[in-house]
Design a protein around this ligand. Structure first.
Ligand SMILES: Cc1cc2nc3c(=O)[nH]c(=O)nc-3n(C[C@H](O)[C@H](O)[C@H](O)COP(=O)(O)OP(=O)(O)OC[C@H]3O[C@@H](n4cnc5c(N)ncnc54)[C@H](O)[C@@H]3O)c2cc1C
Length: 429
């Protein structure tokens, strides 16, 4: 992956994050038990949990900690997957399905637990996630979703239109449901916190160190970095997600690396802020092309959603989100926008994270759509356990062969067609 294709936008999170731990590029070839490629939530959580088990681990990050989705996301920590619990039971059967529900249901717990346990400097709140329903049909689905989680022991609540309006501060939704397990974090501070914790546990972490190739050498793997230094390891865990799938043959066509866009206002006045998400929940909605929004810890209003497949060309690429924001919250009209940025998510065919082991000793984790904060942190812990013990039964999803999207070469056309279709179906805000 050419990393200069993805400049680090002048993003909100970089402006308000706790500083990263000091790191540098690799300057000499070395050996490790395990090499982790990618310094996002998945890679750093894998490294942390391996190092805590006493395993010698090196992490190589092409740019800086959190350069990928982990430093650009909305900071909404939402447990679960795109599929509801009953779907997972149907897809995987009673035992594996129940394990996956349990795994996915606990991802937010893990994030907040790590923040507390490692005393990370990460602004966070845990007041829950509201999924706002935009049509009567979507409201019925949201109510069923809450019911399914209640059956799993979660204190999920359905919201009628009045309660949704009072919690959201907008009457644009017909109701929805509230998942109390969820919350909000400063996402770049969190990934930097994971890096600090991994370093403290003994991991070696190099930034500005892209891996250019990965080759077998006898029982080992050798990763060659762009500066020429190599890392030799018996096991490799590849956590490059949407930002480096081309490192392994055939992996790139197994995902669609779509862009998602976000905009943030300047900090709102206390009077305006008081009327928007007054209890501190985060929100995303039931649209196919969903909108996601929250306040940050300094009182900015953030709105995220679809954008062009290509990299952005200018502020016009965010204009639709700014229009939506004002429709939803007319009181922010005239408040200047302070940050506009975007990032890529790896969409998989079944909307689930994928694990591949194309050759012995090489584990690949890819995919996650919009739940990656908790999900990829938890995937990292699960992968560390697998690498340490060899026990596949503890992995949340089966290790599967890499499968390309059909007609991958036409993905831009396909994505554009799907976006147009979904826009028509989603209707206005
Ligand atoms: C704009 C946006 C908004 C989002 N909002 C949310 C949200 O609110 N809540 C939520 O849960 N999820 C959200 N997500 C998804 C979430 O951010 C991601 O799923 C998650 O960060 C993925 O973590 P990761 O560690 O798997 O990958 P990444 O964080 O993308 O890390 C991959 C890393 O690998 C590095 N890399 C790539 N190639 C190489 C190479 N050859 N050598 C060395 N290093 C390499 C990259 O530089 C990158 O740092 C959002 C994503 C985006 C983009």
């Amino acid at each position: 992956m050419r990393h200069d294709m993805f400049p680090l936008s002048p993003a909100l999170w970089a402006a308000t994050a706790a500083p990263p731990p000091p790191t540098s590029a690799i300057d000499a070839s070395q050996r490790a038990d395990v090499l982790v490629i990618g310094g996002g939530y998945a890679g750093l959580s894998t490294a942390l949990h391996l190092a805590q088990r006493g395993i010698d681990v090196v992490v190589l990050e092409a740019r800086e900690i959190g350069f990928g989705g982990s430093g650009r996301n909305g900071g909404q920590v939402i447990p679960g997957l795109k599929h509801d619990p009953d779907d997972l039971l149907r897809m995987y059967g009673p035992e594996r399905g129940a394990n996956l529900i349990q795994f996915a249901g606990a991802t937010a717990d893990l994030v907040f637990d790590l923040i507390a346990r490692h005393d990370m400097d990460v602004p966070h709140v845990r007041q829950g996630w509201i999924q706002g329903a935009h049509t009567p049909r979507a409201l019925a689905v949201a109510q069923q979703r809450a019911e399914q989680w209640r059956r799993q022991g979660v204190a999920a609540r359905t919201l009628d239109s009045a309660e949704a309006a009072s919690l959201l501060g907008t009457d644009r939704y017909l109701g929805g449901w509230l998942d109390p397990r969820a919350g909000a974090i400063q996402p770049l501070s969190y990934v930097r916190g994971l890096a600090r914790a991994a370093l403290a546990a003994g991991a070696r972490l190099y930034t500005e160190t892209p891996v250019d190739s990965l080759q077998r050498s006898g029982a080992d793997w050798v990763a060659t970095t762009s500066a020429g230094a190599t890392v030799t390891a018996t096991r490799v865990v590849m956590c490059t997600n949407a930002y480096g799938a081309d490192l392994w043959p055939d992996l790139q066509p197994s995902i669609i690396d779509a862009n998602t866009f976000q905009v943030a206002t300047q900090p709102l006045s206390p009077a305006i802020r008081a009327g928007i998400l007054p209890q501190g929940q985060v929100c995303s909605d039931t649209r196919n092309l969903l909108l996601y929004f929250r306040l940050d810890h300094q009182g900015r209003l953030l709105m995220g959603g679809r954008g062009p497949f290509r990299e952005p060309r200018g502020p016009a690429d965010w204009a639709h989100l700014e229009r939506v924001m004002v429709k939803m919250y007319p009181q922010v009209a005239g408040v200047p926008y302070e940050f506009r940025w975007c990032g890529r998510v790896a969409i998989t065919r079944d909307y689930l994270p994928h694990l591949h082991e194309p050759e012995p000793g090489l584990l690949i984790d890819i995919g996650c759509q919009g739940r990656g904060v908790g999900l990829q942190t938890a995937m990292g812990r699960a992968m560390a356990a697998y690498v340490a013990t060899g026990d596949r039964a503890g992995l949340p999803v089966p290790v599967a062969p890499i499968q390309a999207f059909p007609l991958y070469g036409l993905r831009r056309l396909y994505v554009n067609a799907v976006v147009t279709w979904y826009r028509m179906r989603d209707g206005g805000v």
